[in-house]
Write a protein that binds this ligand. Structure first.
Ligand code: ATP
Length: 614
């Protein structure tokens, strides 16, 4: 595919204002791409140069990009810089300048997606002396062959500013749309969908059948994405072999799996009513780590599927020594545990281990213990479908002697009194609470189901759990706060079905002066002049921002409010947080992993039950 074709799609995508139209456009683009280039197209749509877990950061500073534009156009750096000051977007600067370029080298040729991707990846990966000059040269080489429109996007990618606002779910929807034709010819799939329709006695069969079939394909793709976090490689298999390509995607050490998540219930009694006899484990407050072992190679992923191996050398070392299998994928919570006193260090101490520098020194000072709670894969065998009871046994067998990798503390019971007592003991020990686990449930990647139920010590407010919201905009500071450039945040929860962010709270308290400054710096880099496509909010902030950062919020309660969009029915009021306070920035959370609209609605309902004593 020629890069100019992709650039035209980028331009159309940028102009689109509804998610449906975006899906149609993406489906068109996917249909046009070949199987050997689709992965690259998908990564670029995601604003990346590879799967997210590879964490390829292009990181070219503005100064160097200006230089590349100057080099390719014959303008001086000063002229480029002056225009940048006026426009505030080097993409637009490149577009304008290339319309009136003063020079073009003889070696200009049509750009292919392949060539662009190759150069950009080199820009991202060259290091050492002279690497900045080489990066400039590589970008200038692309710009030399680019049309003004191509230049606009070519420049935004290395700056990390290609904000197309497309969520992975929308990309998966587009694939589902393209595969519908094939699915209609697949007898098994059609029979499966018809069976459901018949059971539900649904009308408008034909239309409904098509809708359900699409939803089913989307689900099949997502199931694979949950265990193989690389949409580019999934796309390639789908392009090559259609739906059958999905069978070739297997879990594999080194490729992260999306974590299973816990539901909440307010009491021990309700937990036992829901699960019956169950396992109950201590709930540790540290970092959730997924450890992948493949012979001598150990890779550690965070909850957000970032590769954090370099941060936790003692966990990697212990994996090599303690894990009694050649290949394994297992999960645990790592925290700084003081062996001498037998106490856990507070979360703030554990937090300090998330750093890029002084790793060794800190590892010696505050060594981590990994409390393991699940095993997903051992020696070529996928354990995810096994009941929890069985996985726990395998986990037990997997862990050899040693101090760094241990099992979580756990009991098995069907007695709510025992659950309550265990909860209290854990809180006394300084832990967060407990997690109850369904003994028969499989590991459900990427989903929050009642297979795990958490019970946490309450915050002081009425709302017993905090909420993770996504920042969608901010208000300028007034009065005292004018100097920070930021006075309050507009935040949203995530609507899974619609892949959109719906406003729930304007938050002006809970931030320290230092945090205000930090937030302003982070947010001003991603501000946008118009409302991002996937955002729904009637409240208009001074600046919209790309939904990127998640913050943890506590509040007194959830209330009905006409102002906010979360949970809004037709014509009805939405849900809002009363007296929201920011607790912290959650860098371990992606925007689509924020609290969902459904969860907030469930918490709202529960809160009413408690209040009325129902
Ligand atoms: P969530 O991970 O559920 O989205 P969260 O990050 O706010 O939300 P909590 O709601 O406090 O975390 O609880 C779930 C988390 O608890 C898990 O993701 C995991 O990191 C941690 N955890 C601690 N102990 C355990 C345990 N024994 N079993 C499973 N998870 C545990």
């Amino acid at each position: 595919m020629q890069f100019k074709v992709l650039a035209r799609f980028f331009e159309k995508i940028e102009r689109v204002s509804s998610r449906l139209a975006m899906t149609d456009l993406l489906a068109e683009l996917i249909a046009e791409a070949d199987s050997d280039e689709i992965a690259k197209v998908i990564y670029l749509l995601q604003g990346q140069l590879g799967p997210a877990f590879e964490q390829i950061e292009i990181g070219m500073g503005e100064k160097f990009v200006e230089e590349a534009i100057a080099k390719a156009s014959g303008y001086s750096r000063g002229e480029v810089h002056k225009l940048f000051k006026e426009k505030g977007d080097l993409g637009l600067v490149a577009e304008q300048i290339l319309k009136k370029r003063k020079q073009r080298s003889l070696f200009s040729a049509e750009l292919s997606v392949e060539k662009v991707f190759k150069n950009l990846r080199r820009i991202a990966t060259v290091a050492g002396t002279g690497s900045q000059q080489l990066k400039i040269k590589l970008l200038a080489e692309l710009l030399n062959s680019a049309s003004p429109l191509e230049a606009k996007y070519l420049v935004r990618i290395p700056l990390g500013h290609l904000r197309l606002g497309i969520g992975d779910p929308t990309i998966m929807d587009a694939f589902a749309l393209n595969l519908l034709h094939e699915a209609k010819k697949n007898k098994n799939l059609v029979a499966e969908v018809r069976k459901v329709l018949k059971e539900k006695k649904e009308e408008k069969r034909e239309e409904e059948e098509e809708r359900k079939l699409r939803a089913r394909i989307r689900e099949m793709i997502e199931d694979k994405y949950n265990v193989h976090s690389d949409l580019g490689s999934i796309a390639e298999k789908l392009k090559k072999s259609g739906l059958a390509g999905l069978n070739r995607i297997k879990i594999q050490p080194g490729i992260p799996i999306r974590p299973t998540l816990a539901e909440r219930l307010p009491s021990a009694k309700e937990i036992i009513e829901k699960l019956g006899r169950c396992a109950v484990e201590s709930k540790y407050d540290g970092f959730r780590l997924a450890v992948h072992k493949d012979a001598d190679k150990v890779t550690i992923f965070s909850r957000k599927q970032e590769n954090v191996t370099a941060m936790f050398p003692e966990v990697a070392e212990a994996t090599k020594k303690q894990i009694k299998a050649k290949q394994a994928i297992f999960e645990g919570e790592a925290l700084a545990f003081n062996e001498q006193t037998g106490e856990y260090h507070p979360f703030q101490v554990t937090m300090q281990r998330k750093r890029k520098y002084d790793v060794k020194k800190m590892a010696e000072q505050f060594p981590l213990t990994l409390f393991c709670f699940d095993a997903l894969y051992v020696n070529g065998k996928n354990l995810m479908k096994l009941p929890f009871k069985e996985r726990r046994k395998r986990l037990h067998k997997l862990i050899g002697k040693g101090k760094t990798i241990v099992l979580t503390d756990s009991i098995e019971t069907s007695d709510p009194k025992k659950v309550k007592k265990y909860f209290e003991e854990n809180v006394e020990k300084g832990l967060e609470g407990i997690i109850a686990k369904d003994l028969n449930a499989p590991y459900i990647a990427g989903a929050r189901k009642f297979a795990w139920i958490k019970l946490k010590r309450s915050y002081r407010g009425e709302l017993s759990d905090s909420i993770d919201t996504v920042i969608i905009g901010y208000f300028k500071g007034r009065g005292q706060r004018a100097k920070f450039g930021l006075g309050a945040l507009l935040t949203a929860v995530y609507d899974k079905k619609e892949d959109s962010f719906k406003s729930i709270a304007k938050i002006g308290t809970g931030m320290s002066e230092e945090q205000l400054g930090k937030l302003h710096k982070m947010l001003s880099k991603i501000k946008q002049s118009k409302k991002p496509v996937r955002v729904e909010s009637e409240l208009k902030p001074d600046f919209w921002v790309e939904p990127k950062y998640v913050i943890e919020v506590i509040a007194d309660e959830i209330t009905r409010s006409p102002v906010h969009s979360a949970g809004k029915g037709q014509g009805g009021a939405g849900l809002a947080l009363r007296f929201p306070r920011m607790v912290r920035i959650r860098s371990d959370r992606k925007p689509d992993e924020a609290t969902s609209v459904e969860e907030v609605a469930a918490m709202f309902k529960k809160q009413r039950h408690v209040k009325t004593g129902a």
